[in-house]
Design a protein around this ligand. Structure first.
Ligand code: HEC
Length: 76
């Protein structure tokens, strides 16, 4: 959760009722996507996205993205 806070995900995403409302609520993201899909989403090149609003986190290490993904996946 620390990384998620530092990276400002909640500036756009709601988690447990706190955060921005310009993007999807991530509290339940684990019921929609697998940890692997979340990790893939975070590492995607923005140019390959259909809805290109979210900043790319491809500059994070794979380990960091996996940590975030596991964390989000286990929230629900
Ligand atoms: C500038 C606003 C912004 C920030 C900051 C942001 N996001 Fe997003 N995020 C979005 C938007 C908008 C979408 C939906 C559109 C898209 O596909 O890009 C999205 C989509 C997602 C999805 C897919 C959700 C789904 O249900 O399909 C995940 C997972 C996600 N974000 C995780 C994160 C994480 C983790 C962080 C922090 C490391 C983060 N976001 C930071 C705006 C943001």
């Amino acid at each position: 959760m620390k990384l998620i806070r530092e990276l400002g995900c909640k500036g756009c995403h709601m988690i447990y009722g706190k955060g921005g409302s310009s993007a999807t609520d991530l509290t339940e993201v684990g019921s929609r996507l697998t940890a692997a899909q979340i990790e893939e989403f975070l590492s995607a090149d923005p140019a390959t996205r259909t809805k290109d609003f979210m900043p790319s986190y491809s500059s994070l290490t794979k380990a960091e993205r996996q940590l975030i993904s596991e964390c989000l996946y286990n929230l629900h």
